[in-house]
Design a protein around this ligand. Structure first.
Ligand code: DUC
Ligand code: ZN
Ligand code: ZN
Length: 477
């Protein structure tokens, strides 16, 4: 008799974005074929013994092998980045194909396929970064790329070589409205940052800690409000990425109150780091935590926790931006300590995103298991048109699953699988780690070793975003 399933996970405590229940999960041809009690035998069986099983994580904001100005270089490519993701329970990653100024978006996509082809261990989709919205990009390239499954793009309101002005942002928003795509906004006021940076430099305040002084919450609040206004003008939903604290949160709550469809993302650094992580004195080690927006303070961490709990946030991403601490390609770009303006922005976190939130959020009693699943898997899959194939434990969904081991451990960079030489969370006590990660029914991480062949990860074409419009929620209230 042939077995009904290739693999059965027995005695799972299945957690979805809406329910937690006991069941067996039957997997056939890489997909979930059955969910029920006492399922018939599988070719292979794993007794989960009552442990929690969640959908594999969807990390909808991470940077892998993104071209940088030399000598700076990202430490993680698709191979090391997706390996690290899988060991931390993430089975889908969404990095960025970034347009270079003076070049097209199509060229960026082709280059990014060349970088990822045959390299990934888990599945991946691309966001685009629109840096140069020429007429050809807006009217020809973007509509064609959206049709081909690149349905989300990020625009920057800061960084000299990347920022768009308000008129350019309106043009991009108009395209996303007409073609049903999602625009992600990095909301910080560029001119305010530059003005503050010059004043700090004039006073010799160039240590890493002053990065936070150059980017206070006001600059994020102003840009968040402006992004909301631009989206309202065009009448299109947007998603504000890496929201760091109270002032931006207040803008988003206000917009929601107006019935505007403003979605929001936050990241672990705004729950677990503060501006003090950038160093209390002139110590350069703080460069390890230089990211934008910068981490705030304890009170703002609480604001972010509340937003995770009460539905303000739709997506919890890593914003993994992997730069080594040692060496010219990372946080020492001139071979030595540099002023904060020149420190590459970003911290690693693709592997720690899910265990941190499970440990401190779920087991720390701050969020429910259902909310954890919504934020780490289902919400991002819906926001970017990958649901229900990804981010879901349902019949027909890809069998991307995580079995959680609830046990005490101390986080150290030595246990991680990225190519970065540090983690900002070194020494943190955690209460859980993925005991097993499955991608399309294959065990890629068994809790001790990484077991998958390179290149098994597949490129995913995204559909339309399927988050509920806020306007409907406001009307129903
Ligand atoms: N900020 C970004 O906007 N992107 C990468 C990393 C960072 O800190
Ligand atoms: Zn950003
Ligand atoms: Zn980013």
């Amino acid at each position: 008799m042939t077995a009904a399933f290739d693999l059965i996970l027995r005695h799972c405590r299945v957690a979805t974005a809406s329910d937690v229940f006991e069941a067996d999960i039957g997997i056939r041809d890489g997909r979930i074929a059955s969910i029920g009690l006492a399922l018939p035998p599988g070719h292979r069986e794993i007794d989960v013994a009552g442990r929690v099983v969640t959908p594999g994580g969807v990390d909808a904001h991470c940077h892998l092998d993104q071209p940088m100005a030399p000598p700076v270089q990202m430490a993680d490519n698709f191979e090391t980045g997706t390996r690290s993701a899988a060991c931390g329970g993430t089975t889908t990653v969404m990095p960025f194909a970034a347009q270079q100024r003076g070049s097209g978006l199509r060229a960026a996509v082709q280059d990014y396929h060349a970088r990822s082809e045959g390299q990934a261990y888990v599945d991946y989709a691309f966001h685009l970064i629109v840096n140069d919205p020429t007429e050809a990009v807006l009217e020809t390239e973007l509509p064609a790329l959206i049709r081909e499954g690149y349905t989300s793009f990020k625009v920057y309101m800061t960084y000299e070589d990347q920022k768009l002005d308000d008129g350019q942002i309106l043009d991009v928003l108009d395209i996303s409205r007409r073609h049903g795509a999602m625009t992600m906004l990095h909301a910080e006021n560029s001119d305010c940052i530059e003005w503050l940076t010059r004043r700090l430099e004039a006073r010799g305040r160039t240590a890493p800690r002053y990065h936070a002084h150059a980017r206070p919450m006001l600059v994020e609040r102003e840009a968040t409000h402006r992004a909301i206004a631009l989206a309202e003008l065009v009448d299109v939903p947007i998603l504000i990425v890496h929201v760091s604290g109270r002032e931006a949160v207040e803008q988003i709550r206000w917009a929601r109150g107006q019935g505007l469809s403003i979605y929001a993302e936050t990241c672990p650094q705004y729950l677990f780091l503060t501006a003090e992580s950038l160093g209390m004195d002139e110590c350069y080690e703080g460069a390890k935590c230089v990211c934008s927006p910068p981490p705030r303070d304890k009170a703002n961490q609480e604001v972010i926790w509340n937003g995770l709990n009460d539905g303000l946030f739709n997506v919890f991403s890593s914003d993994h931006a992997p730069f080594r601490y040692d060496g010219m390609e990372g946080k020492h770009p001139e071979g030595e300590q540099v002023a904060f303006r020149h420190i590459p922005n970003g911290i690693p976190g693709i592997e720690t995103r899910m265990p941190l939130l499970y440990s401190e959020g779920v087991l720390g009693g701050r969020i429910s298991l259902e909310k954890f699943v919504e934020l780490t898997a289902t919400g991002p899959a819906k926001a970017y048109g990958l649901h229900p194939k990804k981010g879901s434990i349902s019949i027909g969904a890809d069998a991307d699953l995580v079995i959680w081991d609830e046990r005490e451990l101390t986080l150290s960079n030595a246990m991680l699988h990225h190519a970065v030489d540090y983690t900002p969370y070194e020494g943190m006590k955690l209460k859980a780690w993925p005991g097993m990660t499955l991608s399309r029914g294959e065990v890629v991480w068994d809790g001790k070793a990484f077991t998958a062949p390179k290149g098994r990860g597949r490129f995913l074409r995204c559909g339309r975003p399927s988050l509920r419009p806020m306007r409907h929620l406001a009307e129903a209230a």
